[in-house]
Design a binder for this molecule. Structure first.
Ligand code: COA
Length: 409
């Protein structure tokens, strides 16, 4: 239980020195990440440059930090809204459970909304931390482990058009391909420079070799696969030579099949691990024997917190055959509260009697299509006037594929 409420003074951290101190406090709180400033001061400077850190002070002592980076997020239907990528949430180990994180996270949300962000979003170190702040799960992910020594493809993707590239030199190309994706999944984020800085750093300084392949003619690439070798005591004789997929972007089905096909042509490999894939990834269907793919580790991926609910609701399109009035609860932003009418005619405030009651976190889950209304209702997380309304909600929020971002930060 939180013991008492600390009185903190929240300040924007602007200078390089203050940003480094904030990052050091976060590292101290998280325990498990190395000192980037010691190993590569230039990477740390680039990593921290684009952030919007806030510090919570008791007197002159920095006791807690939050940071955020500018990006955008894809909604079902292809619309995009401004997204503050929240990260580096940390409180000094001797100052926890006194409400410091709560005050910093709330102030960060208020400032982000004032700055025009439509949502804030993050990845959680623990799934129990952010629900109380109005963040809801906007996407789930699973891990795929493909047994290449037993698996075979059910189709024969062409070899032509695949090109091995120097992974260290190709980050500008990866960026171009990711940004040109014509139909990204809901929850896909636009990537920011400091995210790329860390990827490049890991690629260059990682303990094992990194590789990449692109698909499509030069200047018109339609996808890429970036991966690294999993460390093995003796790679040469190991019976379990594995690679870990770091990034996979494909603009269309053929590009995706070609990139997966590339892994199958590496006879040296026994196994490929995809740490984060969508829950409805079609990979099992691409295999002769789907049991050669082990799917495990389902976990919450994107946590999203609506800031300007009206802007979020109008940026998405809705299915179904009629408008439904939904009463929304929000403890932080009063103008997100109230009854909203959603349906084929769009989204607007309403005076109608609500047919469903949802908290802002569960509304986020519905908006992104991360769970069905039927499931949320079964778990007692939303209230609806009848089974018919629950079914109508599922038509309203229907998506053709499940949301997934594929990047961590
Ligand atoms: C998570 C963290 C920022 C919370 O800071 P804090 O100032 O103690 O937070 P608050 O006092 O505002 O709220 C504390 C509440 O969060 C809960 N909480 C904090 N960390 C938690 C965790 N890892 N798992 C479950 N609950 C957690 C506490 O149990 C407490 O709940 P209670 O009041 O119901 O008992 C802090 O514990 C921390 O720095 N942790 C290590 C770094 C980290 O994991 N950061 C998040 C990265 S996504």
């Amino acid at each position: 239980m939180t013991l008492d409420n600390a009185r903190i003074d929240i300040r924007t951290l602007k200078g390089d020195g203050d940003r480094r101190k904030a990052f050091a406090l976060f590292r101290q709180a998280l325990l498990g990440i190395g000192d980037l400033g010691r190993s590569s001061p230039e990477t740390e400077a680039r990593y921290l440059a684009g952030g919007k850190p806030l510090g919570g002070f008791e007197g002159d002592d920095l006791r807690g930090v939050v940071n955020g980076y500018d990006s955008s997020i894809v909604l079902p239907g292809g619309g995009r809204v401004k997204h503050l990528s929240v990260t580096h949430v940390g409180v000094a180990p001797d100052a926890t459970r006194r409400g410091i994180a709560r005050q910093l996270l709330t102030e960060q949300l208020r400032r982000a909304r004032a700055d025009g962000y439509v949502v804030a979003g993050l990845r959680a170190s623990d799934a129990r931390i952010y629900g109380r702040h109005g963040y809801g799960v906007a996407s789930w992910s699973v891990q795929h482990e493909l047994d290449l020594s037993r698996a075979a493809l059910a189709v024969s993707p062409p070899r032509e058009g695949l090109r091995i590239v120097d992974v260290r030199d190709s980050f500008p190309l990866f960026r171009q391909i990711a940004e040109a994706d014509p139909a990204p999944r809901p929850a896909t984020l636009s990537r920011w420079d400091s995210w790329r800085a860390i990827q490049e750093y890991r690629t260059i300084h990682g303990p094992t070799p990194h590789h990449a392949v692109v698909v499509g003619p030069e200047g018109n690439e339609r996808g890429f696969l970036r991966f690294h070798v999993e460390s093995a005591d003796n790679w040469f004789t190991s019976p379990r030579r594995s690679v870990v997929i770091d990034d996979l972007v494909a603009h269309d089905n053929e590009a995706w099949q070609c990139l997966i096909g590339y892994l199958f042509r590496q006879d040296i490999l026994h196994r490929a691990v995809f740490p984060s894939r969508p829950v409805d990834d079609p990979l099992p269907l691409l295999l002769h024997n789907p049991r050669t793919l082990e799917i495990s580790g389902q976990r919450d991926e994107s946590w999203v917190r609506p800031l300007n609910l009206e802007a979020l609701l109008v940026a998405r399109s809705y299915g179904g055959s009629r408008q439904i009035a939904i009463a929304v609860e929000d403890e932080v932003f009063p103008d997100n509260r109230g009854v909203w009418s959603l349906g084929p005619q769009g989204a607007e405030r309403s005076n109608s009697k609500p047919e469903a009651h949802v908290a802002i976190a569960e509304l986020t889950t519905l908006i992104f299509g991360a769970q069905s209304a039927a499931n949320l209702h079964a778990a007692g997380r939303i209230k609806t006037a009848s089974a018919d309304v629950t079914e109508q909600l599922d038509r309203l929020f229907a998506t053709s594929c499940r949301p997934h971002s594929g990047i961590s930060f």
